[in-house]
Design a protein around this ligand. Structure first.
Ligand SMILES: C[S@@+](CC[C@H](N)C(=O)[O-])C[C@H]1O[C@@H](n2cnc3c(N)ncnc32)[C@H](O)[C@@H]1O
Length: 219
């Protein structure tokens, strides 16, 4: 027994994935195609157990209106869209036509293309076109790390009380502890984590799954 989250070995991680909702053929194909076509970027994809968590959280929360910032080849968007309540919609934001062309193909194959809309452009600009009132049930942030503070400020007022904001990579492979991290992504995340902690509009915690996932509930 431990009161601290276990450090996962390769074998224990495989056990975790195998004993949760396992990736289906479509997700397996998407992971394999991303690794084959974009070998240098494939590590950007959420982990399989995170995809399962995103589907569960979306379903448990009964979300109908969701937003994703950072879509890449589509794994997390598929996970969220699969958990949406009937009639639900996911709006995705990304800058890359190349990456998201793969996502679009998998959305069609998954029968999800009628509930996902993609907006291409820098999210700091494109998010501003969303209605300003609190109408969102769930937001997932997983784009450029230096943009996180701006994305946070754009989405918090648009999330309804009780809605969820999920933020990926908040542990930066443990480098958030480095006294002098040296890379601007980690510096941005350290400042972002402090900003979320001090934000009285949410209650939040960091879930130590994959590279760290902030779970914040709008008050
Ligand atoms: C970590 S990946 C997203 C991974 C995705 N959630 C998944 O599970 O496959 C980050 C994505 O953010 C996008 N991105 C980078 N800068 C951006 C910006 N300024 N605005 C919107 N998207 C951006 C990249 O094109 C990339 O697809």
């Amino acid at each position: 027994m431990t009161r601290r989250t276990l450090a996962l070995t390769e074998a224990l991680h495989a056990y975790v994935v195998a004993n949760g909702s396992e990736p289906d053929d479509l997700v397996r194909d998407l992971i394999a195609e991303t690794a084959a076509v974009l070998p240098h970027d494939a590590g950007m994809q959420v982990a399989p157990e995170q995809a399962a968590l995103l589907t569960l959280l979306t379903r448990i929360s009964g979300a109908r209106r969701a937003v994703e910032i950072g879509t890449f080849t589509g794994l997390s968007s598929i996970a969220i869209a699969r958990g949406l309540a009937d009639g639900g919609r996911l709006t995705c934001f990304d800058v890359s036509e190349e990456f998201t062309a793969i996502a679009r193909r998998y959305w069609r194959r998954a029968g999800l293309d009628d509930r996902i809309e993609l907006r291409i452009g820098p999210a700091a600009r494109t998010l501003a076109a969303l209605p300003g009132e609190p109408h969102l049930d769930l937001v997932f942030i997983d784009a450029d790390k230096t943009g996180y503070p701006a994305y946070w400020e754009a989405v918090v007022p648009r999330v309804r009380p009780g809605g969820l904001i999920l933020v990926d990579n908040v542990l930066r492979d443990g480098h958030v502890l480095d006294p002098d991290p040296g890379d601007e992504g980690t510096l941005a995340i350290v400042a972002f984590n402090r900003m979320v902690l001090a934000d009285e509009r949410v209650e939040s915690m960091i879930l130590p799954i994959a590279d760290g996932l902030t779970l914040a509930r709008r008050l």
